[in-house]
Design a protein around this ligand. Sequence first.
Ligand code: C2E
Ligand code: CA
Ligand code: CA
Length: 570
Amino acid sequence: MRGQDAHDLSLEVSEARWKLALEGSNMGVWDWHLDTDLVFRSGQWHEIYGYAEGEVGPTAQDGRKLIHPDDLTQAIQDIQDHLAGKTTLFESEFRLRCKDGTWKWTQSRGMIVSTSPNGRPLRLIGTHTDISERKHSEAEMLRLAHYDVITALPNRVLFLDRFEQEIRKAQRHRQALALMFIDLDRFKEINDTLGHDTGDQLLRETGQRLQGCVRATDTVARLGGDEFTVLLTHLEDMNHVDRIAQTILDHIARPYQFGDEMVYVTGSIGITLYPHDSTDLETLVRNADQAMYAAKSSGRNGYHYFTPSMQAAAFSRLKIANDLRKAVQLEQIQVHYQPIVELATGRVTKAEALVRWLHPERGLVFPGDFIPIAEDTGLITVIGDEVFAQAARQTALWRNALPNFQMTVNKSPAQFRNSREHTHWIQLLHDLGVPGESMVIEITEGLLLDAHPPIAQRLESFHDAGLRIAIDDFGTGYSSLAYLKKFEIDYVKIDRSFTANLQPDSDDLAICEAIVVMAHKLGIQVIAEGVETETQRDLLLKAGCDYAQGFLFSRPLPAAQFEARFFPAG
Ligand code: C2E
Ligand code: CA
Ligand code: CA
């Protein structure tokens, strides 16, 4: 009996010491006597939750009523595990209701401090710590890991997770799903020209528009870049998929207003169906991507369902990229030349260099079939260098026959974005003894609007070396002639789409005339592309257009044929 007393006393002393220590910290202390279920809670404990002392009932049962219903089962499990001896330290995290009705994340820790002679726990002492801040940052990290920062939509990780769940659900209920990949057409152009802030705004608004097109149970996510995805669930009627796809396209095509700026974009959608096309998540994702690619190649602003033949097309693209890697080394890159005619005299004074790829199995491959792949893979740089070198050597030769002969060479924006300098082009001309003014670089309008300073610098260095600059496909982008004044542009090439429909009194004729008048005022000469008929040629001549190029005069030809036809004496 005395022994028991002495033990209790020493326990009380050490208890008082550590209670004191804990009270000094920002932890709340609790002391629970199991046989009576009575709990002592310290002043700090009450302070954490905003209760006055005595306001919370005296038993552990009273305290439990304050725990968030979603957390209660786990909390009870944790305490039972400790009482059963499964844990040496009791530890549990839950939300506890404050006086003002809000919830506070709490970490409760404690341990058995006294047991009956037969080992039954009699008393537990422990603490409560406010861990709201930690929980908040944990939630924030979880959000960052699963949601896209710009649009606040689920990101790729969360999307794939949900997709997997939806596949399982659809399997159980024998339902169909539709997966859509949505890609904005020419987003890169907008991002480059109007700046990244506008680009981000556009993505944000696109996300909102997409969400407005689907039901709450469907998932809209952003996979990255300008790629979004929509997962349609509970599909009963397949016409529903067509309707949604069309609605999405319509909504994307509505103008975006950013300050004074009106921006127009379109989207392309690839669609694949579960279980019709596949039941496998990865395959479905790949299908949707391939279908989207098909939608893009068939003219953008449309949607396309997956078909097995797309698999073959994707494989073929991969093979082209592989073969293209070796094309320069194997001397498969050739250049054909299309004459450019001075309209007033009918004389050929210029030519455009157009790349061709002589593939061992496919034969002559046209730029439309490999330039986009070369741009995507970065191979455009070596190919572009090769084209320029061949064209420059040809120019050196042809200037012997025609001293003022000029060669025009295409240069895509991807070639300008490359970090490499282009002084070696100028050096090559120097080595060949070809003056700078015998070469014209054709660029697209979009490039001029590109905000990057290196692009303006590179254009300038070409100009300083005497090279001329032409704007290709003029009229299809969104720059105005007035804008060209800022840059030292020498030629504009009227896009083929205007030339094609030239008729007396047609709108397109009015456009061509206007381009010519304004260009001349700015000291810029005009080249019309895609001239196929004599009517077109005559109308352009009357409109004052300086040069023309097109099948009426000649298709692009290999150097030897070009020479034979246009420089018979040389
Ligand atoms: P582009 O610069 O607009 O070149 C004119 C295209 O129109 C050429 O197609 C030419 O064959 C075609 N064409 C010429 N006259 C007529 C005509 O009267 N009617 C019609 N319907 N078409 C005509 P091509 O050679 O297939 O080249 C396609 C595009 O590939 C070019 O369009 C250019 O953007 C790009 N490209 C060609 N060579 C190169 C190159 O060396 N580097 C780069 N970056 N792009 C190139
Ligand atoms: Ca061109
Ligand atoms: Ca063109």
